[in-house]
Design a protein around this ligand. Structure first.
Ligand SMILES: [Zn+2]
Length: 276
């Protein structure tokens, strides 16, 4: 991709990100006062060891206003690849905004995991320290501690929907993967449309090696973060990707717009289903 490509403003993400390599700093915008509001809870996963140090995967739970029906429980995951920090920043920003105006979360319990790979986040690397690609290891008898801890969460909470945020340095535009519930495509389409305010969509017929249509891929690599194989009915599962070489802040805005669009679209699909 050329730096002159219209719609892209290539900054120096490595320089920017080095400032963001502290997990504490990333989570700083979520203050003790926010946690005292009664809507937001901090509940990190159990500690684990990597290379003689102890780490924790942070988790926040945000309870939205009641929506009339049963609460939908969503799992929102960022930083599975440690060098894709825009999704992590977007999840913290989502929570910040919901504290100020919880209405977009009406009818939802949001389980937010902004950094699923804490050592990769610290190191600005795709992989965890001394480990394999976490996003190829789910439900494959992996012994990676992050995978075991997240699998436990997926088993325990049986989410109605999962969204994973990523960034792809080989794509010049936004795209995503859909899996699980057959209606998932109707959530990703509005997410891509909303995110296009900030970055262009990848319209090529093949993305990341898969056939794609309007930036949507209906396939998945083996071992990506997903609901337990035994879970039925299947939840919606979305992997949302921003072009990693694009401006960092625009990627954050694109992720945020996509998340808000998914919340809105899923709520209206639920309301429609309730009326059938
Ligand atoms: Zn990724």
């Amino acid at each position: 991709m050329s730096a002159e490509t219209p719609g892209f403003h290539v900054s120096h993400p490595s320089a920017r990100m080095r400032e963001r390599r502290s997990l504490g700093k990333l989570l700083e915008p979520l203050t003790a006062a926010d946690l005292a509001t009664g809507n937001l809870f901090f509940s990190p996963l159990p500690e684990f060891q990597r290379c003689c140090r102890t780490f924790q995967i942070p988790k926040y739970v945000f309870i939205g206003p009641p929506g009339g029906g049963t609460y939908q429980r969503l799992g929102l995951f960022g930083g599975i690849h440690g060098d894709e920090a825009a999704g992590s920043v977007a999840l913290v920003e989502l929570l910040r905004r919901l504290i100020e105006d919880p209405r977009p979360a009406t009818g939802y319990e949001l389980f937010v995991y902004p950094v699923c790979n804490p050592t990769g986040y610290e190191d600005d690397t795709r992989w965890p320290r001394g480990g394999e690609d976490l996003n190829r290891a789910f439900w494959r008898n992996s012994s990676e501690p992050e995978v075991l801890l997240l699998e436990h969460q997926l088993e325990e909470f049986r989410f109605d929907g999962l969204v994973s945020l990523h960034a792809d340095d080989t794509s010049e535009g936004l795209y995503g993967y859909v899996a699980g519930d057959v209606l998932t495509r109707h959530l990703l389409e509005p997410a891509l449309a909303a995110a296009e305010t900030f970055l262009p969509r990848n319209h090529t017929g093949r993305i990341d090696g898969w056939p794609a249509e309007r930036g949507i891929i209906e396939d998945a690599f083996l071992g990506v973060l997903a609901a337990p194989p035994t879970q039925t009915p299947r939840p919606f599962e979305i992997v949302f990707e921003t072009p990693q070489l694009a401006n960092f802040d625009q990627q954050v805005q694109a992720h945020l717009a996509a998340l808000l669009a998914i919340l809105k679209a899923h709520r209206s699909l639920q309301a429609h289903a309730a009326n059938i």
